[in-house]
Ligand binder design. Sequence first.
Ligand code: CA
Length: 230
Amino acid sequence: VKRILVAEDEIDLAFGLQVNLEVEGYSVTVVYNGEDALVAASEVRFDLVILDLMLPAVGGFDVLTRLRQSGRDMPVLILSARGEEVDRVRAFRAGADDYVTKPFGVMELMLRVRAILRRGSAPPIVTPAGRMLRRIGTIEVDLEDRTVLRRGGEVALTPKALDLLLALLGREGRVATRQELLRTVWGYSHTVTTRTVDAHVAELRRKLEDDPSNPQIIVTVWKVGYRLRA
Ligand code: CA
C-alpha cells in the first residue's frame, strides 16, 4: 500500500483529500501545519507528499526545501492558490514534482497522484541472466556494464552523455533541473555551464530518439530542466 502524507491546513479540503485517497486504496496521514509535516516525514517513508504552500508554522516552500536538504527524495505534489508561472517554476526548482492550482478537480488530482506514483515505482527489470536493466520505451540500459541498447542494437554514447542518462534514470521519471544535472554529472567544475547539459541532452536525443526534434524519451520541462518519460 502506498503511503501519502497530506499537509493542508484547510480542514474540509484535507478531509476531502483523505477520503478520496483512501477510496483509491492509499494509506493517508494528514497534518495541518508545516512543522508536523516535517516530523511525519522524518518518521515514515512516504511514497508521496501532497503539500499546501500556505501552511502555518513552517510554510510549504520551507517544508519542501528542508525535505530535499535532508536527502528525502519522495515525490512532492504542491497545492497552491497561486498559479502564476513564477510560482510554479520556483516550486519545481525547489524540488517539487507536480504543481496543482486551487481550486482543482478531485478527479484530476487523483489522476496526477496515480501518475506520480506510477513513474516513481518503475522497478528495474532483472533478466534471466540476472542483469539489471531499465527500459524506457525503445531503450534498454544495462546498469552494470553501462551499455545502452536501442531497439536491441547497442548505442555508442560518450561517457558524459551516459552519465547524464544514468542521472536522469536516477530521478525515476521526475524532473531534474539543469543545475542538478550539472552537479551530478560534472561536479562543481567552473568550466562547464548549463549549456553543456543541453549539448549532451542533444547528443542523447540524436542517438536515442526516433525523431530528435520531437523527443519522446528525454522530455524538456520548460524553464526547469529535463525528465525521462516513464
Ligand atoms: Ca493553506
